[in-house]
Design a protein around this ligand. Structure first.
Ligand code: NAD
Length: 249
């Protein structure tokens, strides 16, 4: 039980095949009280109910500051504290540089980057009051290798932005006992890649990965539990690569 009695908040956590829900499930199994945040259409209450009693599903759009603040307030009202936040909400779009419109750029950056800022801003005051907290930001191997798998350059930029934001926040809030780290997943078989890669292409990619397979949502969940728990008490500002060796650098 690595997270016994801790309260964790996971954005974009309602997709049952996604990284966020796998993380919610593993954190709940480790004793955490989980608040699953997601868009209304993703039905976060239904996802939270699947975790068992005592968890919460809250409708929240991470691109909307008021929505993030209201979600954090609802978690505090329900559980009294926030020990960890996983900034997981993100969307992607395959596109080449010359085809990226202003609307595409805003849409992709708003969820991953603006959302990470707004949701962190929403929970940080409670963590400051507690004198402790852990924020985990989900970036991507795409930020490190310059895309080339699925998302376009604007997705790589959003996820690289997440790394910079997380490192800067880690420096700022470290003295207050708040740790902020990133995870850079490789290619994970979730809904985000559904219909975007053929089975043939997936097999081709797997052949280039030292561990010889695509990642599973549970692979990322394990890394999130590590970073949210006291096992990682001396880690802040790090980027944890969880990519099967796809990028060894
Ligand atoms: P997913 O599509 O299953 O999950 C994304 C979740 O974010 C969904 O539940 C969606 O409803 C939610 N969401 C979208 N916009 C939102 C908003 N404005 N506010 C709140 N929630 C919102 O995909 P996933 O693969 O589980 O992705 C989770 C994270 O991991 C994303 O940030 C993604 O970019 C990142 N990632 C995924 C992979 C991969 O290969 N699957 C690789 C690297 C990084």
């Amino acid at each position: 039980m690595l997270l016994k009695d801790k309260t964790v908040v996971i954005t974009g956590g309602a997709g049952l095949n996604g990284l966020g829900f796998a993380t919610a499930r593993l954190m709940a199994a480790h004793g955490a009280r989980v608040a699953v945040l997601d868009l209304e259409r993703a039905d976060p209450a239904a996802a939270a109910a699947q975790l068992g009693p005592g968890h919460r599903g809250i409708v929240a759009d991470v691109t909307d500051k008021a929505s993030c603040d209201a979600a954090a307030a609802a978690v505090l009202e329900a559980f009294g504290r926030i020990d960890a936040l996983v900034n997981n909400a993100g969307i992607t779009q395959p596109a080449r540089t010359l085809a990226i419109s202003g609307t595409d750029y805003d849409r992709i950056l708003d969820v991953s980057l603006r959302g990470t800022l707004y949701m962190s801003q929403a929970v940080l005051p409670a963590m400051q009051e507690q004198g402790s907290g852990s924020i985990v930001c989900i970036s991507s191997v795409s930020a490190q290798r310059g895309g080339g798998i699925l998302g376009g350059p604007h997705y790589s930029a959003a996820k690289a932005g997440v790394l910079g934001l997380a490192r800067a926040m880690a420096r700022e809030f470290g003295p207050e006992g708040i740790r902020i780290n990133s995870i850079a997943p490789g290619l994970i078989g979730t809904d985000i890649i559904k219909g975007k890669l053929t089975e043939e292409k997936k097999a081709e990619i797997a052949e280039t990965i030292p561990l010889a397979r695509l990642g599973r949502a549970e692979d990322i969940a394990g890394a999130c539990v590590f970073l949210a728990s006291d096992l990682s008490l001396y880690c802040t500002g790090i980027t944890l690569d969880v990519n099967g060796g796809m990028l060894i650098h």
